[in-house]
Design a protein around this ligand. Sequence first.
Ligand code: HEM
Length: 146
Amino acid sequence: MDTDPQNLTDDSGDTGETPQGETPFSFIGGEPAVRALVDRFYDLMDLEPGYAALRASHGSDLASARDKLFLFLCGWLGGPQHYIEKYGHPRLRLRHMPFSIGIKERNQWVACMDQAMGEVGIEPQLRERLYDSFLQTADWMRNRNG
Ligand code: HEM
C-alpha cells in the first residue's frame, strides 16, 4: 500500500532511524512488540473518554478486531504477512465501509494509536514516521463527510 512504512527505510538516501535493511517490525521488537502495541491501542479505546466515538463505531467485543489488527500490522510494518495469508488482500477501505468513519473517528483512531505508541515506548523518530503513515491510511478510510 502507498503508506507502507517499510518504504520509508528502503531508499538509500534515508537518514535512517532504523539501521539499513532493518524493518520497523524488527526494529520495534517483532511480534511481541506489535501485540503489545495493539493491546494497548484497544485498551485505551475502551478506557479513555476521548476515544468514545471511535469505540462506539466498534462492536461490543474487540477480540476479533485486536487479532486482525495485530495480523495486519505485522505485515504493514515489514514483517510476516499473516493477515494476507489468512484473509487475502486487506481491501481496508472496502472492509471499513460498514462503519461510519468521518473526521472525528479518523482523528480519534490516530490519537489513540499515537498514545499507544508512546506508552509502549516506540522510539520517538520512528513514532513520528509511523504517525504520518497511520494518518494517511486512516484518512483514506473516511467514508462520510464531517
Ligand atoms: C479511521 C478510523 C478507523 C475506524 C473508525 C476503524 C474501525 C474499524 C472497525 C469497527 C473494524 C471492525 C472490527 C471487528 O471486526 O470487530 C475495523 C477493522 C479493521 N481495521 Fe479499522 N478503523 C479505522 C482505521 C484503521 C486503520 C488506520 C487501520 C490500519 C492501519 C485499520 C485496520 C483494520 C483492520 C486490519 C481491520 C480488520 C479488517 C477485517 O479483516 O475485517 N483500521 N476497523
